[in-house]
Design a protein. Structure first.
Length: 326
């Protein structure tokens, strides 16, 4: 049997051909001849012959080149003197890697007296030494950003245990992993922020995705919560904004406290957000920042106003390469 491949698709040097019978057989086949655009291999036909190999299919490991045109491409299948068209569908490459470190907030360290503790049905981290990969601080108003001098989150933000409190939604695109946690960007009456600088390729496109939710311990329960998500070119000070958006989240849950019947932390509604951007020419790194603008925002003439001691919930942050804009 011979597969002849179309332009843009190759049989790589480490390519294999495997005969598969679902639930019964997985056998690598001997290659008789090969080249970049074709592969010839041994085969035996099993058409309803009652053998264990009946009902199987061939799995051929080909690869699309980076410059392969998207869409349908046609090759050829030859069995003896019989020839049939072979169809390929070339789709955009979708990397699954996350450029953000610790996007699920599952990597952290306590100080010697640190621990998890319960507050009205929500499990908080007390006395964190660090939130791995993230710089933590607060916006102090009038254009002043202050990072934690020790790296400790302190009261700038709160870390909430996901396994105990989150009730995360289903994400078929990038499922939540066990052990992921939540950041309350408000901390203890703070315009808190977290940020992280990551390498990028100038001119390439990226997508930043994350989840926001409403902290139901907010008082009063009708008050909104706030978040700014932004991507800055290079170092954030001074840093040129590449893309940003402001979010306001209102309560939509069932009760006013964690003890109310049927109350869950996700009752306010986790919402997936997305920001697409193109890395500027000459920028080989960007800084991703999430901050609580409070009521006053980031106006350089106004003092910070965090508006309470609970705020927007943030979870499941990803930064991945994305296809070019249409």
């Amino acid at each position: 049997m011979t597969f002849t491949l179309p332009d843009g698709i190759i049989f790589p040097h480490d390519g294999k051909v495997v005969y598969v019978v679902p639930g019964a057989l997985h056998r690598e086949l001997h290659l008789l001849d090969r080249g970049p655009q074709f592969v010839r291999f041994e085969n035996t036909v099993h058409l309803n012959d009652g053998s264990p190999e009946a009902g199987g299919f061939y799995l051929v490991g080909v690869r699309a080149l980076d410059n392969a045109p998207l869409g349908l491409a046609w090759g050829r299948l030859e069995i003896g003197t019989t020839t049939a068209p072979l169809r390929f569908q070339i789709t955009p490459h979708r990397p699954t890697g996350n450029l953000i470190g610790n996007g699920g907030f599952d990597q952290y360290a306590f100080k010697p007296d640190g621990k998890w503790y319960d507050n009205k049905g929500v499990t908080y981290a007390k006395n964190l030494r660090q939130l791995t990969s993230w710089k933590v601080g607060a916006y102090e108003g009038k254009g002043v950003w202050r990072a934690s001098p020790t790296g400790e989150p302190g009261t700038f933000i709160d870390l909430i245990q996901g396994n105990a409190s989150a009730n995360f939604p289903e994400d078929p695109e990038y499922p939540f992993a066990p052990g992921e946690n939540i950041v309350d960007i408000n901390g203890a009456k703070s315009c808190g922020f977290i940020e992280q600088t990551v390498p990028v390729t100038p001119g390439s496109w990226y997508e930043l995705s994350f989840y926001t939710g409403y902290h139901f311990l907010r008082d009063p329960i009708t008050a909104p919560t706030y978040l700014r998500a932004e991507v800055l070119a290079g170092d954030p000070a001074p840093g040129t904004p590449v893309v940003w958006d402001d979010y306001i989240h209102y309560y939509s849950g069932k009760g006013a406290s964690a003890t109310d019947a049927g109350k869950k932390l996700n009752a306010p509604g986790w919402r997936k957000r997305r920001l697409r951007f193109q890395a500027p020419a000459g920028a080989d790194r960007v800084t991703v920042r999430f901050a609580n603008p409070g009521r006053a925002g980031f106006d350089k003439e106004l003092s910070a106003n965090p508006d309470g001691d609970t705020g927007m919930l943030l979870a499941h942050i990803r930064l991945s390469p994305a296809p070019s804009a249409p």
